[in-house]
Design a protein around this ligand. Sequence first.
Ligand code: PGA
Length: 241
Amino acid sequence: MKKIFAANWKLYKTPKEARDFFVNLLPRVGETSGELVFFPSTICLESTSNSLKGSKVQWGAQNCYSKLQGAFTGETSAQVVKELGGSYVLIGHSERRSLFGESDALIADKVEAAQSVNLIPMLCIGETLDEREAGTTTSVLQRQLQQNLAKAHKNGALVVAYEPVWAIGTGKVASPEQVAETHKAIANILEEMGFKNTNILYGGSVKPENAASLISLQHVGGFLIGGASLEVESFIRIAKN
Ligand code: PGA
């Protein structure tokens, strides 16, 4: 399976900064292998679409609503993302769950909405530090997968990003042993649920310095990168792996 190197820009970069980033990135895409995917903030999607037109680089939104249109002030439609040329949408990022109160049921509806317009949902799951220390990591991930994928097509395009909450933006990356063990558990759960060959990315403090030790692990299909994706140089160094 092709490795995916996905950049989650969160609420960073203006449209101009996004354009400047891609001007510097595009001549260097040949240095990387695998698929590159960018998730800029919603207001930068159109400039991203224009910048990446005709290139192999994919992009998507960081969130979408569960309905494609209607009286939903402030929301983002998966249909519009698709029309602009997007391929993916991040769903259920831990910041959406913890800061914006997204429930497992809402996330399931969002996955369904994304697949209905042929956007690939990149579903984010992960345990908190308390859950890991209590030994409940696998059951937490199993619950998230079962509830979040309750309405997903078994044969539809889907990517899962495993992001331990305690590793996001903290500089504390999961160890290769933890990543190997957890990715294996996720692959088994997905298999049992009838989702075949799902690409499973790792996310949480991925940096050029730790990427090589993680990318070669079995069941690691690539990375979802936050902080280290904001600079062309560090993103390229990670995606060269
Ligand atoms: P980080 O963020 O790489 O800065 O830890 C990852 C993410 O939130 O997707």
